[in-house]
Design a protein around this ligand. Structure first.
Ligand code: NAD
Ligand code: DAU
Length: 351
């Protein structure tokens, strides 16, 4: 490693967006060192990083970020100068039935990561703490308008409230300690390695298995879909060029209601998996999510105008690629559905 090597601590790098970020960075930079730390909860899967398991640019450590002692003993001596903080409990439905883990990981875990980073900062070696957050902290929109960086916080679920708490802590480390923090708030991601409890992968896998497609309420709630690979390029840009203390919204102006997205997946499945056609017959309207936010929409003008970010993928191409990825990667999702992926750490990384 030379003095210009980027050395990034990535929390939650075995999850959906974190693992895509690892792929993005290792594909984009030769001279880089990554330390992935992850608790490997139900949502963390080392198979997501399999491609790099023999690459010396990547080290993996199993660490619970909400365990202060574990963070200190495992991470204090790691030689990183940037942090990309993805680790979180991320599923809204789980936060409704079990909010405690969300407060523990998302609030306390973020606090311990900030404290770890503060030590590096005081030693003069921290150049960036990038906190990955969500548009859900802004609450729910009506028919019009979009979230900007100045929209007031109004979180409605235990998940979004815990993310809002973490955003405020991150902000305070800039104002109080002068740390080089940046927060990004993005809309709903989709793409490879998405855990199949979330809408898009759940619908694809249920189509493949001939199972019902549960649409909450009338299916008229609106989400603003962002391809995970575009999200990763935006995060990297915000790490490199973002102004410390600032927040950046990330989205691609791609609103759809849930029924539209489920019907589109059915149409794509009819093409790529004709055996189950017509997949629309599997749609079932089910009881709504309590406190279900009606609409999210991101105004990404700030990151576009101030940092020059441009998404690379069209929705049409990316959703098609996503459907094809799940069809081709049956081993990946069958292991998840059977629970077998959880033993992979013990087999590969016993240390
Ligand atoms: P994910 O659930 O797929 O992955 C989360 C990862 O964090 C997993 O690998 C898990 O093992 C790890 N983790 C959880 N608790 C941990 C702990 N205590 N210690 C260490 N690791 C722990 O989530 P995701 O969809 O990849 O989301 C990543 C981040 O992006 C989260 O902060 C989330 O709030 C945010 N976000 C996600 C979306 C989205 O659409 N998925 C949108 C906006 C923001
Ligand atoms: O907006 C960003 C957020 O997007 C992230 O911060 C969260 O981590 C991420 O999980 C996601 O939250 P959502 O609640 O919007 O995503 P989910 O995939 O759970 O649901 C998307 C929409 O689909 C939502 O309106 C609920 C609906 N839905 C979801 C599931 C799982 C259904 O209708 N049926 C389902 O089975």
């Amino acid at each position: 490693m030379n003095s210009t090597t980027r050395k990034i601590l990535i929390t939650g790098g075995a999850g959906f967006i974190g693992s895509n970020f690892v792929h993005y960075i290792l594909e984009s930079y030769e001279d880089v060192k990554l330390f992935v730390i992850d608790k490997l909860t139900y949502a963390g899967n080392l198979k997501n990083l399999d491609r790099w398991k023999d690459d010396s640019r990547l080290d993996f450590l199993r660490v619970d970020i909400a365990d202060k002692n574990a963070v200190n003993t495992s991470c204090e001596n790691l030689d990183f100068n940037e942090v990309a903080h993805f680790a979180a409990e991320s599923h809204v439905d789980r936060s409704i039935t079990g909010p405690e883990e969300f407060v523990r990981t998302n609030v306390m875990g973020t606090f311990y990561m900030l404290e770890l980073a503060r030590k590096k900062y005081e030693q003069g070696s921290l150049t960036r703490f990038l906190h990955v957050s969500t548009d859900e902290v802004f609450g729910s929109l009506g028919e019009d308008g979009a979230f900007s960086e100045t929209t007031s916080y109004a979180p409605n679920s235990p998940y979004s409230a815990s993310k809002a708490g973490s955003d405020h802590l991150v902000r305070s480390y800039f104002h109080t300690y002068g740390m080089p923090v940046v927060t990004t708030n993005c809309s709903n991601n989709y793409g490879p390695f998405h855990f199949p409890e979330k809408l898009i992968p759940l619908m694809i896998l249920n189509c493949l298995q001939g199972k019902a497609l549960p649409v909450y309420g009338k299916g008229d709630n609106i989400r603003d879909w962002l391809y995970v690979k575009d999200h990763c390029s935006a995060i990297d840009l915000a790490m490199l060029k973002g102004v410390s203390g600032e927040t950046y919204n990330i989205g691609t102006r791609n609103e759809m209601n849930n029924l539209q997205i489920v019907e589109l997946i059915c149409t794509l499945m009819d093409k790529y998996h004709p055996a189950g056609a017509p997949h629309k017959k599997l749609i079932q309207f089910v009881k709504d999510r309590p406190g279900h936010d009606f609409r999210y929409a991101i105004d990404p003008s700030k990151i576009e105008n101030q940092l020059g970010w441009k998404p690379k993928y069209s929705f049409e191409t990316a959703i098609q690629e996503t459907v094809e990825w799940y069809i081709k990667n049956g081993d990946w999702w069958k292991e998840i559905l059977s629970g077998e992926y959880k033993s992979y750490y013990e087999m590969q990384y016993k240390n």
